[in-house]
Ligand binder design. Structure first.
Ligand SMILES: CC(C)(COP(=O)(O)OP(=O)(O)OC[C@H]1O[C@@H](n2cnc3c(N)ncnc32)[C@H](O)[C@@H]1OP(=O)(O)O)[C@@H](O)C(=O)NCCC(=O)NCCS
Length: 180
């Protein structure tokens, strides 16, 4: 998914090295809010850290086809959606996503997720999508439920976040069954 226009004002584009300053500026401007649920925010302290993230994602894409796309709304970078990992043996994708607070509450991430999942099921041919949502992340949970994910189990101490071990609910999504 090099570039995907969701609607005239909303686009996914593979993050490129030239996007590092904009990506860092977005994280830096919103770190107080983003750090609540994203463990990497405190380690992102300079443009070079965002450049390193993008370079790593591009390497991963070459090696495993997992990728990281920027979300551009009205021409401005407002978040990221990605496959953290794709388990090709099992055909399971493990995506992740975040949006700046000012762009939340408008359905932007729901639309981006639908595009990412459609691509995953039809182009990448994965057979399951799995995400872990930290207990207490109400917006994160509302999003996956809105998108039709089913809760499977609780993974205790799934993540170290702001000095404490956080439990995740593991959610799964299968492709919609073919119609009659
Ligand atoms: C998780 C996260 C991406 C959800 O963002 P979001 O803006 O709530 O999700 P959406 O973009 O789908 O928007 C849904 C909201 O837009 C509204 N909306 C408007 N038009 C909509 C549409 N066409 N479709 C869906 N929702 C729409 C919904 O009613 C909902 O409103 P609400 O906030 O009042 O309930 C965001 O909270 C975030 O980045 N959090 C920090 C990082 C994080 O937690 N990542 C996920 C880890 S699992």
């Amino acid at each position: 998914m090099l570039c995907h226009k969701i609607n005239p004002g909303l686009e996914l584009r593979l993050l490129q090295p030239a996007d590092a300053p904009a990506l860092f500026a977005l994280v830096d401007a919103n770190r107080a809010s983003l750090r609540e649920w994203l463990p990497w925010v405190d380690d992102t302290v300079k443009v070079a850290d965002s450049a390193k993230f993008i370079a790593g994602a591009l390497r991963e894409r070459a090696a495993t086809r997992a990728f990281a796309s920027g979300i551009w709304a009205s021409g401005r970078l407002v978040g990221v959606i990605r496959h953290n990992r794709i388990d090709w043996a099992a055909r399971i994708a493990f995506p992740g996503w975040w949006l700046e607070p000012g762009s939340q509450g408008q359905g932007i991430m729901s639309a981006c997720c639908r595009a990412l999942f459609e691509h995953a099921f039809t182009q990448l041919q994965v057979h399951r999508i799995v995400v872990g949502v930290a207990i207490g992340n109400l917006r994160g949970e509302a999003l996956v439920r809105r998108l039709g994910f089913t809760p499977l189990s609780t993974l205790r101490h799934a993540e170290w976040l702001n000095g404490r071990g956080v439990d995740h609910i593991i959610y799964s999504l299968l492709p919609a069954p073919a119609g009659p």
